[in-house]
Design a protein around this ligand. Structure first.
Ligand code: DAT
Length: 173
C-alpha cells in the first residue's frame, strides 16, 4: 500500500509538465520524477536519435530503475508518454493541453527545428497523448487540464493539490 499517490503529468512537449511538477512537488512534498532526467542519468537508453532529437528510451530498463521509488508512492512522474507505466502503479493521470498558437510560441522559444515543432503541434492538435492516456488507464483517473497561462496553471495546481489531500484522507488507516 502506498502512503501517498502516484501521479503522471503528461502531454506534448511544451505544455507545462515540468513547471507543474516542480510547483506541485514543492507544495505537496511529493517527489518530482523527471523521466527525461532519469533516462539521461541512469542511461536508460540505446543512444540518441538525430531524427527525433531525443533519447531512444529502453523502457524495460527505465521501469526497473524507477520501480522501487514508484511502488513506495508519492511520485509525480513527468513524461511525454504514459502507456508504459503499469496501471497498478498509477492513481491519477493529468494530461495538460495547450492552444496551438501558445504551443508554437513556447516551442519556437526553445529553438525547436521546424520539423520537430510541426510534429509536436500535430500531436497536440490530434490529441495523441490524451488518447494514449484514455486507452492505457481507467477513464475515471484521466484528467484533461488546460495550461495556456499562469492563471490556468495556478488553478490546475490547486486542483491537483486538493485531489492529493483527498486521496490521503481516503487512504488513511
Ligand atoms: P514541458 O515540461 O511540458 O515540456 P515546461 O514546463 O518546460 O513544459 O514549459 C514550457 C515553457 O512554457 C516554459 O518556459 C514555461 C512555460 N509554461 C508552461 N506552462 C505555462 C502556463 N500554464 N502558463 C504560462 N507559461 C507556461
Amino acid at each position: 500500500m502506498r502512503s501517498a499517490p502516484n501521479i503522471i503529468i503528461t502531454g506534448t512537449p511544451g505544455v507545462g509538465k515540468t513547471t507543474h511538477s516542480e510547483i506541485l512537488a514543492e507544495r505537496t512534498g511529493l517527489r518530482h520524477l523527471s523521466v527525461n532526467q532519469v533516462v539521461k542519468d541512469k542511461e536508460c537508453h540505446e543512444g540518441w536519435s538525430d531524427e527525433y532529437q531525443s533519447w531512444i528510451v529502453d523502457e524495460d530498463k527505465l521501469l526497473d530503475v524507477i520501480e522501487d521509488d514508484v511502488k513506495a508512492g508519492g511520485c509525480i512522474i513527468d513524461w511525454h508518454a504514459c502507456d508504459l507505466f503499469p496501471r497498478s502503479w498509477i492513481d491519477l493521470v493529468v494530461v495538460l493541453r495547450v492552444d496551438s498558437k501558445t504551443l508554437y510560441d513556447r516551442l519556437e522559444a526553445r529553438n525547436y527545428a521546424e520539423a520537430k515543432l510541426q510534429e509536436n503541434l500535430d500531436s497536440e492538435i490530434m490529441e495523441v497523448l490524451l488518447q494514449e492516456a484514455r486507452e492505457a488507464f481507467d477513464e475515471e483517473i484521466v484528467v484533461e487540464l488546460t495550461s495556456n497561462d499562469s492563471e490556468e496553471m495556478e488553478s490546475n495546481i490547486d486542483r491537483i493539490e486538493a485531489w492529493i489531500k483527498q486521496w490521503k484522507t481516503d487512504h488513511a488507516d
